[in-house]
Design a binder for this molecule. Structure first.
Ligand code: AMP
Ligand code: GLY
Length: 427
């Protein structure tokens, strides 16, 4: 089968790496991909926002299956347009993608189907949002309703901060995404990412992970797309996984079906593990980046087979096999990220980093120039290692990072600290 994968991040390199191991795969095309994908797939430049052009490409290349990596094309309805053209695709349609595309949509769904999450209000003007903030008091969380590239959330420790965030949303800081605002109860606990794959009627738990959103060690500095991740997340005990499936994922799946928009694709639930148990912070409707890099290192089952089963409605009775080891991914970013950074600086010795069979260097913002690899984005590499313990995976990942010669890059030095502390506490 010929497959088209859409996206250009580290997530897509990891997906391409896992897909290319499938016996069912004939040719893998990636639009647009990055330099790391060159050896695995044929890269194509396609305007993904032009759905008709994507359909034409699929017909021309006899593509049997399209895997959509990032959220924007899902929210824009690419999967619906492909399905209408008779082309099978992985990921939710436009309406089901509202689980990520509109925070208010998800909160209303939680309210209707009794899914545990923080109390909230939805507002279309600053005055009523501000009244709600004053009524509830701080700490409180202010969120732009729509997609804001991870920047639309303010966790306000004071009322003044929350009122400022409300004003910023309605001042147009987030464009259309901020035309509506969700104000939400502050949830206290440890965060975890939970992934489950769904075919509309059956949901299968995949794996747990923990991300590191802040740019600097000790979880300091501004938020980023994610500076590193590991899987599994030890905070997610078997009991918490069961509760998350029963109390969050399955009611969401049933609720979406009941509302006439069955969800097919991957649920990426951002959870807060509170004293009361798992609570939903938010849904994403695609794999996390860099969580996906860690997940793909642990997955032993055939990824293509799994994604096809989700799209075709064939998940019932499927079981998956995962490596027991921990996979840990350290993101190496261009100095200055998440602010301004330089592009075009050369990265050397990548082959030395991936010499260890337990290590994969997934590319994100890179491009090839002759025989050279140049930085071409904010998050540039995801150096991912497997280890028998979290501490071992962490040591291997940093050993590999240290073999890379790229003076213009930086990384956090403490990815995995929570799990390592837990491990040492137990030992
Ligand atoms: P999001 O962009 O929705 O992933 O939110 C960014 C981050 O804000 C999350 O990863 C949490 O750390 C934090 N956050 C969001 N909602 C809440 C909440 N209700 N309580 C506490 N922290 C939150
Ligand atoms: N790493 C968080 C995300 O992909 O949204």
């Amino acid at each position: 089968m010929n497959v088209l994968l859409i996206g250009s991040g580290g997530r897509e390199h990891a997906l391409a790496w896992a897909l290319s191991k499938s016996a069912q795969l004939e040719t893998l095309y990636v639009a647009p991909g990055n330099a790391g994908i060159d050896g695995l797939a044929t890269r194509v430049s396609l305007d993904v926002a032009d759905h008709a052009a994507v359909v034409d490409f699929c017909r021309e290349k006899n593509i049997g299956f399209v895997v959509v990596g990032p959220e924007a094309p899902l929210v824009a309805g690419l999967v619906d347009d492909l399905s209408e053209a008779g082309i099978l695709a992985f990921g939710p349609g436009k309406v089901a993608a509202q689980l990520e595309g509109s925070k208010g949509f998800t909160k209303d769904l939680c309210a209707r189907f009794n899914i545990p999450t923080g109390a909230y209000g939805r507002f279309k003007d600053a005055e009523s949002a501000s009244d709600y903030v004053r009524k509830m008091g701080a700490p409180i969380v202010v969120k732009a309703d729509g997609l804001a590239a991870g920047k639309g959330v303010v966790v306000a420790m004071t009322e003044a901060e929350a009122l400022e965030a409300v004003a910023a949303c309605f001042d147009g800081s987030f464009g259309d995404a901020g035309a509506e605002v969700v104000v939400e109860e502050f949830l206290d606990g440890e965060e975890a990412s939970f992934f489950a794959i769904c075919d509309g009627e059956t949901a299968l738990p995949l794996a747990t992970a923990q991300d590191h959103k802040r740019v600097f060690d000790g979880d300091k500095g501004p938020n980023t797309g994610g500076m590193g991740a590991y899987s599994p997340a030890p905070v997610m005990t078997d009991d918490l996984v069961k509760r998350t499936m029963n109390e969050i994922i399955e009611p969401t799946m049933r609720g979406m079906a009941e509302m006439g928009s069955p969800f097919k694709g991957v649920f990426f639930a951002g959870l807060m593990i509170t004293e009361k148990g798992p609570q939903l912070i938010e849904y994403n409707v695609r794999f996390g980046d860099p969580e996906c890099q860690a997940l793909m290192m642990r997955l032993e089952s055939d990824l293509l087979d799994l994604l096809l089963a989700s799209a075709k409605g064939d998940l019932a009775g499927k079981t998956l096999s995962w490596r027991d080891e921990t996979a840990l991914c350290v993101v190496v970013a261009a100095k200055g990220y998440p602010g301004a950074y330089e592009k075009g600086t050369e990265i050397r010795d990548l082959d030395k980093a991936s010499a260890d069979p337990a290590v994969e260097v997934f590319h994100a913002g890179t491009k090839a120039d002759g025989g050279h690899i140049l930085a071409n984005g904010g998050r540039v590499l995801g150096v991912t290692a497997l280890g028998g313990t979290v501490a071992e995976a962490q040591a291997k990942a940093y050993e590999a990072v240290d073999r890379i010669d790229w003076p213009d890059g930086f990384c956090r030095r403490d990815i995995g600290w929570r799990a390592v502390a837990r491990e040492q506490g137990e030992g």
